[in-house]
Design a protein around this ligand. Structure first.
Ligand code: HEM
Length: 160
């Protein structure tokens, strides 16, 4: 039994499941359900949802990156000649992080400014045209990451 590995893989899996599950809930459940609200109420709701959820996402990213590299270095060996699934995990993971940073510091920042100025039409446009596509891409990448994480150790060994 290796307690360190048990803790690291559990933290990694938990952060991944809650991050990806949270996006799934927002995108597939809350978005269609909130369409019945008045546009203004809907945007107010989304601002509260994003503010809370994005705070957690920073934490999940920290946990995923630290636990992922820690586990890799201590258990799975060197970065050179790493199996394909780990390289994919790393690159897709960083892509998700970069997309989130972009989302947070660009469209979401503009969305908050528009909301503070009660410019709801513009805020709605930013949410639909700029935030939603990034969230949809990260949902897709997150699902792929979970599949790679769960099945990767059972792939045929391919290294580059
Ligand atoms: C760039 C940072 C990342 C690194 C370095 C990394 C590294 C790792 C490593 C070393 C493993 C263990 C593989 C094995 O047991 O053979 C793993 C598993 C896994 N990863 Fe990642 N990962 C990263 C990002 C992510 C992201 C962003 C997600 C999903 C949102 C994710 C989801 C998973 C899942 C579900 C597993 C399987 C469960 C587990 O072992 O904890 N990873 N990852």
């Amino acid at each position: 039994m290796n307690l360190e590995t048990m803790i690291l893989t559990s933290l990694h899996a938990l952060a991944a499941v809650i991050w990806v599950g949270g996006i799934f809930f927002a995108y597939r459940i809350l978005r269609p359900s909130a369409l019945s609200l008045e546009p203004r109420d809907r945007l107010v709701l989304w601002e509260k949802v994003f503010r809370r959820f994005f705070g957690w996402v920073w934490f999940f990213i920290l946990v995923l990156v630290v636990s992922g590299y820690w586990d890799w270095i201590t258990r799975l060996g060197s970065f050179e000649q790493a199996p394909l699934y780990l390289q994919l995990m790393e690159w897709i993971g960083w892509l998700m992080v970069v997309l989130f940073i972009w989302l947070f510091f660009w469209p979401f920042a503009k969305f908050k400014i528009r909301m503070a100025q009660y410019e709801f039409t513009e805020a709605g446009h930013i949410m639909n045209a700029q935030m939603r596509p990034i969230i949809a891409i990260n949902l897709m990448l997150g699902v792929i990451e979970v599949v790679i994480g769960a099945s990767g150790p059972f792939w045929p060994v391919i290294t580059f």
